[in-house]
Design a protein around this ligand. Structure first.
Ligand code: ATP
Ligand code: MG
Length: 423
């Protein structure tokens, strides 16, 4: 039979790689909880109009990237979520989630976009997503960036740059749009077909163009920040002051427009230069009109999506991620029985213990213990079983580096204490 393959742009995550995923997921989950964020989940499939209405029909995502299909059984038009915000807002409206006041939520999940796969760009990828529903800001705007700075530190990334911008409110954006359209109209020859097509529907997207001639023209484009009125100005100044107070470095980048229409006021990205061209690892912003646009009550909001695969590219792998405390080696019938009891008792004590399965000599089992990345090998032979003892051999330190340590003979259950005292 011919071998079957995964769908292009959709990747498997094998155990050696997955330990890094779990390290990331555990880290962000812990930090989000520390800031009062609560987990919330919405389905992977939604009605297509949700995304068209939320993201905007003249956007890359809606025009070219959505996996949309018709349900064969009832003809419903459905789409695999291309981002997480729209579904979460839909769910929040349906459940009247902000009835008792604002909420902070986080979510980790798969999203789907039909793009050309390359490094850091896939058709199924994952986002760590945070949303604050019901907050006017700019305090939560700053808070979620401060939280993200903590995440970078916790996963050992120090080469991302925070870039912020303000997209203003609807009136300010409309005034700016008009200025921008007349600017591009007087520079028509430099625009590519896509830019021309978007000129009257979504001119701000042209600011984000990757086409050389358009990038050149954009250098002279009017600046949205000049169109801000007092309130939006104060919001943006407030954000900058709060970030400075917290010691979070940022730069103002008036070119940040973001790929969805729902954003207003605060827009931001975390960008790295590690891979040559600037790569955005995390992007988001404020969406004060989105609840109403989706049929809900007026509710301000802000959130972001972090590209998990892109962040993982920046984290060095370590066998210390998800490390086992011990690998339990045993040979002999009495030893097997003693080992089984010991393993369960150690798990009761909270340790992660893999008990060797499948038999074999001590030597071959010790090889498995080494390969497992465990901190200790626990060795039980029939002699140890009779004496109620265990030989404990250190294999690696807490960073996963191999160590040469003395083997100790420990009595039964004090193994847990011994491991803890050394660990
Ligand atoms: P890009 O400009 O790179 O296409 P985007 O503006 O479309 O990014 P967002 O919609 O803001 O991206 O999504 C949030 C984050 O998700 C991005 O900052 C990025 O880290 C990640 N991301 C976006 N598209 C992909 C993809 N196809 N594969 C992997 N990660 C992605
Ligand atoms: Mg994109």
């Amino acid at each position: 039979m011919e071998k079957l393959q995964s769908v292009r742009g959709m990747n498997d995550v094998l155990p050696d790689e997955s330990r890094k995923w779990e390290f990331f997921e555990e880290t962000v989950t812990k930090i989000a909880r520390q800031y009062g964020y609560r987990n919330m989940r919405a389905p992977i499939v939604e009605h297509t109009p949700l995304f068209v209405r939320a993201i905007g029909d003249v956007t890359d995502i809606v025009e070219k990237e959505m996996y949309s299909f018709e349900d064969k059984l009832n003809g419903e038009k459905l789409t695999l979520r291309p981002e997480l915000t729209a579904g979460l807002v839909r769910a929040a409206i349906e459940a009247n989630l902000t009835y008792n006041g604002p909420v902070r939520i986080y979510n980790l999940g798969e999203v789907f976009r039909h793009e050309r796969p390359q490094k850091g760009r896939y058709r199924q990828f994952n986002q760590f997503d945070v949303e604050c529903f019901g907050f006017e800001g700019p305090d939560v705007d700053a808070e979620l960036m401060i939280m993200t700075a903590r995440i970078w530190k916790a996963v050992g990334i120090d080469d991302v740059r925070l870039e912020i911008n303000s997209l203003g409110n609807t009136e300010e954006r409309n005034a700016y749009r008009a200025k921008l359209i007349s600017f591009y109209e007087s520079n028509l020859t430099a625009l590519d077909d896509e830019a021309k097509r978007r000129l009257h529907t979504n001119p701000m997207r042209i600011l984000d163009s990757k086409v050389a001639s358009v990038i050149e023209v954009n250098k002279g484009a009017p600046n949205l920040l000049d169109s801000l009125e007092a309130e939006s100005r104060a919001h943006f100044d407030g954000l900058q002051q709060l970030l400075s107070e917290a010691g979070v470095a940022f730069v103002v980048n008036p070119r940040i427009v973001r790929g969805m229409d729902y954003y207003n006021r605060t827009a931001f990205e975390f960008v790295t230069e590690r891979f040559g061209n600037p790569l955005t690892v995390c992007g988001g912003g404020r969406y004060d009109g989105l609840f109403e646009q989706l049929g809900g009550k007026p509710t301000p909001g802000i959130g972001y999506g972090m590209g998990v695969e892109r962040v993982l590219m920046m984290i060095e792998d370590s066998v210390a991620f998800g490390q086992l405390d011990a690998y339990l080696v045993h040979a002999g019938e009495a030893a097997r029985v003693a080992a089984g009891k010991l393993a369960e008792a150690l798990r009761d004590a909270g340790l992660a213990v893999a008990q060797h399965a499948g038999g074999g000599s001590f030597k071959s089992q010790m090889k498995k213990a080494d390969a497992s990345g465990a901190r200790f090998a626990l060795i039980v032979g029939d002699n140890e079983a009779a004496a109620g003892t265990v030989a404990v051999k250190p294999l690696r330190d807490a960073n996963g580096a191999p160590i040469q340590g003395e083997q100790a003979i420990i009595t039964g259950l004090s193994v847990a204490e011994h491991i803890r005292s050394v660990a």
